[in-house]
Ligand binder design. Structure first.
Ligand code: GLA
Length: 745
């Protein structure tokens, strides 16, 4: 959560050139005519005048559309080279009088005072013809990580409504950056999230990713990308990279175009799926934040910058380490009673767990009691048929065992078969005069979160339930549908297309209220698995559920993908039973632990089904996890070997003080046991420090290791980085976890 900022008056920035900086990157803004332009985005340049003199547009061959503009917030119709024919710009509107152009004049560049950690500047823009149509474009540079934030507020001071047909948060149009561009992003579906894809955007073409679900916005495509600028895709520690992400949980679109003359154009913003957004006279709208990191040294630094920014400046509870939990879902699904839940609590306590989470199935009353997925959503009262002593009793029983207690909700959704929608059928999204299209359980629909009355009602019922429990520590916020009925009874006929934006804003408003009322609660963002793995939700939630696919082998890929942008402290990863419920695959308990321990470790199984040997191994792994948890959850991630490029994956986390590191290696379906795997060279260690190396998570302590007797040795950081730790891997799926602890001086 962003730190409290002192409010003091903004000051006007004088002069024609200025810059904002992060430790290793910089944006230089230069005034050009009536507007400000990007004169430089990249590594820091001490002399901003030099940067302006070398601005890429200077020696750029003009296109038929006119000279290339690098305006910071270009709009459709302006005269400075953003011709209607060629360029998109960031914003496109129809003014109250029908005019469809914008030609900005920057009234002022201002500096908005903040704490020491960041610098915040903004441009106050007014359209030259419609002086009361305004925008304020903000930029924030963080001083402790290479991340810039940008967002825009639009204010309609005209006499009538303005229709916004495009309203991007970010638009970059820069010539001469590179001759080739490669675009990397994450794509997937249910139980197969975050596949990494990368390809060249050849000249004249564009890469377009987006989501049109309205709810499950990070599944098919994730709203984040890495763009390599240069002849080849950037590697982990080499190459120029622009990494960006849209902080938005509704429909969105990101485009990267490699235009003629090798100009790069990047657009990112909320998508208007069904028509222009209608902004009434006198109203303002704040568009989603876009964050980006510039790296001159490959993808690794961009990932680490985004992780640090998310942990320390975006997500709530930045200081807290995440608990080891057991979520009941895969251990029992809907089939539970009090006794089973108490047994599970006993089980996870014995394993060393800290939190018990009751997933779906605990709510709904009478005919709507939830025994399967066909009813009850929206009725957030205890299902007393299943849980006769109530939720407070379960929370007390957890506490007796030294466990915290958590609960599943799906706040944005309801079943038509619920008390909520029986009383208020007008509260769900619906298209006037058409039958409802129902989702999960042939009954699920999405609530009209654009309607403040719906937000109030959902807030009241969830708030009351939380209070009745007394000590709720954790909420899993799920969302298992798309906007299948694209109509809001609340918005009225003229503003139906506002639904896509106002729905997401409504969800955020509800989330903010719940957070404010219950600041101690840790939230998990879930949406049919990983469809809320994005920074919009992570501004409110502490972690995300990466996938309903808990198969360890597949999780190696899913977590590799999600980890490109999203930090390990936020990545819930659970050890589950075998054969895996989604893929039918088997893996050793060690392999399952080794994979889950690279994120926020948890369980999703019934511990009573574990053998005594498995329990004793699991206990040791949990102990190990608690020791390495600070470095996993707060350390810098160094990717070493990609699972996409060979038969194993490897990466390491290194603590900020470089005293502690943990490396993970996963062999995937290897055909034979071999010692010939490339040695594990770990970047990020202090070359001057010596580290005790220990292989952990061995089924029998000290036996069957993979690093040929090196466990227990102390080695120099320089040697570990340069020569590397030799290791072998078994045939099939085998894994290694190494812990490095700096020796006391
Ligand atoms: C979704 C989630 C699962 C689980 C179920 C419960 O599918 O992704 O983790 O919570 O809902 O119905």
């Amino acid at each position: 959560m962003q730190s409290q900022r002192k409010k003091s008056a903004p000051s006007t920035i004088s002069g024609k050139v200025f810059s904002i900086e992060t430790p290793a990157s910089q944006i230089v803004f230069a005034k050009s005519g009536d507007v400000w332009t990007f004169a430089h985005i990249g590594a820091g340049i001490a002399g901003v005048a030099d940067a302006a003199a070398l601005a890429p547009g200077r020696v750029c061959s003009d296109t038929v559309a006119g000279p290339c503009s690098q305006e910071t917030y270009p709009a459709f119709g302006s005269s400075r080279g953003n011709s209607c024919a060629e360029k998109r710009g960031a914003l496109q509107v129809r003014h109250a009088d029908g005019d469809e152009s914008i030609d900005w004049k920057c009234l002022r560049a201002i500096e908005i005072p903040e704490g020491k950690a960041s610098r915040h500047v903004a441009f106050e823009l007014a359209d030259k013809a419609h002086r009361d149509f305004r925008a304020v474009q903000h930029f924030r540079a963080w001083g402790d990580c290479d991340v810039f934030e940008t967002w825009v507020e639009i204010r309609n001071g005209e006499k009538g409504a303005v229709a916004l047909s495009r309203m991007d948060s970010f638009c970059l149009q820069l010539p001469g950056l590179a001759e080739k561009y490669h675009f990397m992003s994450l794509a997937g579906q249910w139980a197969n999230e975050a596949n990494v894809g990368e390809s060249e955007i050849v000249c004249g073409q564009e890469a377009v990713i987006g989501a049109r679900s309205g709810v499950r916005d990070a599944w098919e495509n994730n709203p984040a990308f890495m763009l390599s600028l240069g002849r080849a895709p950037a590697r982990e520690e080499s190459g120029r990279v622009l990494a960006g992400a849209l902080c938005w949980s509704g429909a969105w679109e990101i485009r990267a175009q490699h235009a003629n003359t090798h100009e790069l154009r990047v657009n990112a913003g909320a998508a208007n799926i069904s028509g222009p957004y209608v902004l009434d006279a006198g109203k303002s709208i704040e568009l989603p934040k876009f964050v980006f990191s510039w790296s001159e040294a490959g993808k690794g630094p961009a990932t680490r910058a985004l992780h640090k920014w998310a942990r320390e400046h975006l997500m709530p509870h930045p200081e807290a380490l995440r608990d080891v939990l057991l979520n009941h879902w895969e251990g029992a699904y809907f089939d539970f009673d009090e006794k089973k839940l108490l047994d599970m609590m006993d089980g996870v306590k014995a394993l060393g767990g800290e939190l018990f989470v009751l997933d779906d199935g605990w709510f709904g009353r009478g005919e709507f009691a939830r025994d399967d997925d066909r009813c009850g959503l929206g009725d957030w009262f205890c299902n007393e048929k299943k849980l006769p002593h109530g939720l407070a009793y379960l929370a007390k029983e957890a506490k007796k065992r030294g466990l915290k207690f958590g609960l599943w909700f799906e706040p944005e959704m309801a079943n038509t078969r619920s008390e909520l929608l029986t009383a208020h059928p007008e509260w769900c999204l619906q298209e006037a005069g058409r039958p409802l299209r129902k989702g999960r359980g042939d009954d699920q629909v999405v609530l009209d979160m654009a309607n403040p009355a719906v937000q109030d009602a959902v807030f009241a019922i969830i708030d009351e339930t939380i209070r009745s429990i007394g000590s709720l520590a954790y909420i899993k916020w799920d969302a298992n549908a798309d906007v299948n009925n694209a109509g809001s009874p609340y918005l009225g006929p003229e503003k139906q297309a506002n639904l896509w934006f106002d729905y997401a804003k409504g969800v955020y408003a509800l989330f903010s209220r719940l957070r404010a009322a219950h600041p101690q609660i840790v939230f998990q963002a879930c949406s049919s698995g990983g469809a809320h793995c994005e920074f919009g939700f992570l501004a409110h939630a502490d972690e995300f559920w990466g996938s309903d696919d808990t198969c360890a082998q597949q999780r190696v890929f899913i977590q590799w993908g999600e980890g490109q942008f999203y930090p390990a402290s936020a990545m819930a990863a659970h050890v589950t039973a075998v054969p895996n419920h989604q893929t039918g695959r088997t893996a050793t308990l060690k392999f399952r632990f080794d994979v889950a321990m690279s994120g926020r470790l948890g369980f999703e199984l019934h511990p009573k089904n574990m053998t005594p040997e498995e329990i004793s191994f699991a206990k040791r792994c949990v102990e190990n996890y608690k020791r390495i948890r600070p470095v996993v959850q707060r350390g810098d991630l160094y990717r070493i070997a990609s699972p996409y490029e060979g038969d194993h994956a490897a990466f390491a986390y290194v603590s900020a003080d470089r005293r502690h590191a943990v490396a993970f290696v996963y062999g995937l379906g290897r055909l034979f046991k071999s010692g010939a795997v490339e040695a594990l060279r770990i970047p990020g260690l202090d070359p001057k420090k010596r580290y005790r190396v220990e292989e952990i998570n061995l089924p029998e302590a000290g036996k069957g290791g993979h690093i040929g007797g090196l466990s227990g040795r102390t080695l120099g950081g320089d040697a570990i980085s340069a020569a590397g730790i030799p290791f072998d891997l078994g045939a099939g799926d085998d894994s290694i976890v190494l812990e490095f602890t700096a020796a006391a001086r």
